[in-house]
Design a protein around this ligand. Structure first.
Ligand code: B3K
Ligand code: ZN
Length: 876
């Protein structure tokens, strides 16, 4: 497959000004009539052929300005329609296509879900509906007419405002017409037809406009949409208050569907959501589910400005909307909840997902320069690292400079298909700063490594800090240039408080941020009255791998005293990581793992410290995950040893803090009404962390405690915490509890997903057979992406020891599943295959097994572009 290259970008020869669509919905034969008003762009020679994209389309008719085209005037196939000699002036092209939503298993384009019709067009799904210039720089005004049998689809929805509708006399059919006044690219088109329950509300915008809010859900689930509605209203308000951005249509709709390839989609005025990011009730959704709903609702809503009003010129610029919008939803959640806790959770996600991606064969710049299949670039790098890059901009420019840049960006580019260069130019022009070097964050892949050595001179009262940055090679990029790295810092004095200091030489400083720009900086801080412990990269001010020559005492000191909560958490992580990396090596050499008792004491103290936020304490008690430890080890990883080391440390913490943990579990129970707010959720998270650790101490009491916790639970967070503690611990009582859980929630598919997830994660040798058997369970489904991901993708991405079994059987199973799924849904298959991305870091035997399976996938006939691309890049 030939790659698409950023360097080859050219605007289209023709512009599409308006689009009028007419859908006659039918499961097997939906007829789509598209009237496109086209115009040759300046600079295009008359007679230049017009080449439209298609994908698995059947052409029924094609006309220009009302006249049927002669067969020699065009060429048509399932994936292209070419007008050989289009009119010189503006013209209307009518295209009639026939599609079969019921047979659309890729869930791209128009498809069926639970008897309803819905669309997904990003990135290249619109071409599965009609022939089009299906790329984000072709902006048009859409009018959509939908017609269907009334009984089959009482609701007919599309983008924009509803301008007309009614029954079609003498038939059992009805229709609706929607008009979206905002020019948009085809990927933002959406249509929904079907039968739903609707939750309705209103929002008055800052300029006093009344907006109707509607959430469409499957019958009987309308109460479960209340939290999503509340999140939507808070998002709308927040975007007005923080960015001055107001909603721009009379109606905003969200439709929750149960078959969806990803989380949600920001179609103009008509967001379509995976129902797991809409539906929540205390008995069925965990606190994590609630916070994801809040975040995803906000994310899609925020796209209305960052993505829709200003869209991407081409798909290379995906981070222009995604990284920026993730940054915005993270800021929103920080303002709604605890900023420190949110920051820690976001960094955890970044380190466990994006860092490994950036360290392996699938690494790519935040703005890639080439792709074979764009759907494979909706990655942690584009989203999460993309958000970090925007956050660094804010750190470097300050809140006012950042807001000025955002304002200028909206002012200049509203209605445009823009680029990352446009985005950065707005900040440069608004603040007078040169962002040339900063642009490297978008162009260079790989996680920069920042090594710091610190040295205090008591005589001169100076602190010397030597910073050295490097960046490892990544695919297609052997050598890297030094990046602009903002390092937020403080000097923690002997009394635990931040110290004052005099001047700083050797680096540019603004407030508490040093801006590193060179490969090496020798920084001298003068006027430092006593030996401080430097607290560097506060709030994780740059997405780098930091190593500082601080010993255990210094790290323990930061853990106990740092004014920056993020760095307190980081100090615990650093100490635990050292212990775990050392420990897994020791276990490999047949030695015992050594654990510093001071570390255990520190955990104990944090657990007991009532001045600290509950959620924060729970996060500190959560030792680094297996993937994080593996990434730190870097090569020749044996997942069994990593797992054993991690369990040993967790057991040591549990044993050392047993009385404190028992006190927390007994004392933190909440009585009264359930509320999903951050404070109550934090309390539950600490109590459930205590429960999980107590189970590791062992003994009959521990198991009884978990069973009692399960039975007393009045919400899913608590119930699921007990279930996963038992199942992941391999406890004997787990079987009965799993059976009980299934019985209780049999009809509730989002909960049954959790039942599959927890079984797929069990780190025991029996899991592979269990997972294989569960693919034959009546509740399993290869057609529902949530269900498939719950069992199979979770096994591959959330169960390091069993996916990477030494005998290769885990890899073999997942490869089989990839090949199976690829025939049905290539996007889901490609996602699953990317679980192999860290295979080269494994020890020799496992590495060899993984290679065999990757090669088997790569060599299979008839692969989708999605899977072929991931397989090829993993092997390169
Ligand atoms: N923009 C969509 C993602 C589309 C993925 C296409 N493969 C959701 C989001 O990021 O908001
Ligand atoms: Zn997005």
């Amino acid at each position: 497959i030939e790659p698409v290259r950023l360097a080859d970008y050219r605007p289209t020869h023709y512009a599409i000004r308006t689009v009028a669509l007419d859908f006659r919905l039918d499961p097997e034969a939906t007829e789509v009539t598209a009237d496109l008003r086209l115009e040759r762009r300046d600079g295009t020679a008359p007679g230049t052929p017009l080449v439209l994209d298609g994908d698995e389309l059947e052409l029924v008719a094609v006309e220009i300005d009302g006249a049927r085209l002669k067969p020699d005037a065009y060429e048509a196939g399932p994936s292209q329609l070419t007008l050989l000699d289009p009119p010189a002036g503006a013209f209307t092209l009518r295209i009639v296509t026939r599609i079969a939503p019921a047979l659309n298993t890729k869930l791209m384009g128009l498809y069926r879900t639970s008897g309803n019709y819905c669309t997904q067009c990003e990135a290249e799904g619109f071409r599965r509906i009609t022939y089009f210039l299906d790329r984000p720089d072709v902006l048009a005004v859409y009018r959509t007419r939908i017609e269907a049998r009334k009984a089959e689809a009482p609701y007919l929805l599309a983008n924009g405002n509803r301008i007309e509708g009614g029954d079609i006399p003498g038939t059992d059919r009805h229709y609706a017409v929607w008009h979206d006044p905002h020019p948009k690219p085809s990927y933002l088109f959406a249509l929904v037809g079907g039968d739903f329950d609707v939750l309705r509300d209103r929002f008055v915008t800052m300029s006093g406009r009344d907006v109707a809010l509607e959430i469409y859900v499957e019958h009987g689930k309308v109460e479960r949409a209340a939290y999503a509605m509340d999140s939507l209203k808070r998002s709308m308000k927040w975007d007005e208050e923080v960015f001055g951005l107001e909603y721009d249509l009379d109606i905003f709709m969200i439709v929750a569907v149960s078959d969806f390839n990803m989380g949600a989609m920001e179609n103009k005025g008509l967001n379509v959501f995976n129902d797991k990011y809409v539906l929540a009730a205390r008995e069925t959704a965990t606190d994590a589910d609630y916070s994801h709903i809040e975040g995803v609702i906000a994310h899609e809503y925020f796209h209305n400005w960052t993505g829709n009003r200003i869209t991407c010129r081409n798909w290379f610029q995906l981070c222009l909307k995604e990284g920026l919008t993730v940054f915005r939803d993270q800021e929103f959640s920080s303002d709604q909840r605890s900023r420190a806790v949110k920051r820690i959770m976001d960094v955890k996600l970044l380190k466990s997902h994006q860092f490994p991606e950036d360290a392996g064969p699938l690494a790519h710049p935040v703005r890639p320069e080439t792709y074979r299949e764009i759907n494979n670039f909706y990655t942690a790098t584009v989203y999460e690292k993309g958000a970090e890059v925007v956050r660094m901009l804010k750190t470097m420019l300050g809140p006012d400079g950042f807001r000025a840049g955002m304002d200028l960006y909206f002012k200049r580019h509203d209605g445009d298909a823009a680029t990352i260069e446009d985005f950065l130019a707005a900040f440069a022009d608004a603040t007078g700063r040169d962002l040339t070097q900063f642009m490297l964050w978008y162009r260079q892949a790989g996680t920069p490594e920042l090594a710091v050595s610190t040295d205090y001179d008591p005589g001169a009262k100076t602190l010397r800090l030597t910073f050295e940055q490097t960046c490892p090679p990544s695919p297609g990029q052997a050598a890297k240039e030094p990046m602009a790295i903002p390092v937020r810092f403080g000097l923690v004095g002997p009394n635990g408080e931040d110290m004052d200091y005099g001047s700083i030489e050797g680096v540019a400083v603004a407030g508490d941020v040093m801006l590193l720009t060179a490969p090496r900086h020798e920084v001298v801080v003068s006027g430092v009255g006593a030996r401080p412990v430097p607290s560097l990269l506060r709030g994780f001010s740059a997405p780098v791998k930091l190593s500082v020559n601080l010993d255990t005492d210094d790290q323990l000191f930061l853990l106990a005293h740092d004014a920056d909560p993020f760095n307190r958490w980081q100090a615990a992580q650093t100490l635990a990581t050292r212990t775990l990396v050392e420990g897994s090596k020791a276990l490999g050499d047949g030695r015992a793992m050594s654990i510093d008792t001071r570390l255990i004491d520190a955990y104990r103290q944090i657990a007991a410290d009532d001045r600290l936020d509950h959620a924060f304490r729970a996060l500190v008690l959560g030792v680094p995950g297996e993937a994080d430890i593996a990434r730190e080890i870097g090569s020749e990883v044996d997942p069994d040893r990593v797992y054993a080391a991690r369990e040993t440390l967790r057991r040591a913490i549990a044993t050392g803090a047993e009385d404190v943990l028992a006190g927390l579990h007994d004392g933190l129970a909440l009585s009264g009404a359930y509320a999903p707010d951050a404070a109550s959720a934090g309390r539950r998270s600490l109590r459930n962390m205590a429960l999980e650790l107590l189970l590791l101490v062992g003994g009959p009491d521990a198991e009884a405690r978990v069973v009692a916790h399960y039975e007393a639970a009045d919400n899913m967070t608590d119930r699921y915490a007990a279930l996963s503690a038992l199942v992941l611990n391999g406890s004997t009582a787990a079987g009965a509890m799993l059976a009980d859980f299934y019985r209780r929630f049999e009809g509730d598919s989002l909960v049954i997903d959790k039942w599959f997830v927890v079984q797929a994660m069990a780190p025991v040798a029996a899991t592979l057979d269990r997972v294989r058997a569960l693919t034959g369970h009546p509740a399993f489904s290869f057609t529902n992406p949530n269900r498939f991901r719950a069992l199979v993708t979770t096994f591959a991405t959330g169960n390091q020891t069993q996916f990477a079994r030494a005998d290769g059987a885990g890899f073999g199973f997942v490869a089989d599943m990839v090949l199976d799924m690829d025939k049905r849904n290539p996007q889901v298959a490609a996602r699953l295959l990317s679980a192999f991305r860290s295979w080269r870091a494994l020890e020799g035997r496992r590495r060899a097994q993984a290679e065999v399976e990757l090669k088997r996938v790569a060599a299979a006939p008839g692969l989708s572009r999605d899977v072929a691309d991931i397989a090829a890049r993993c092997l390169q």
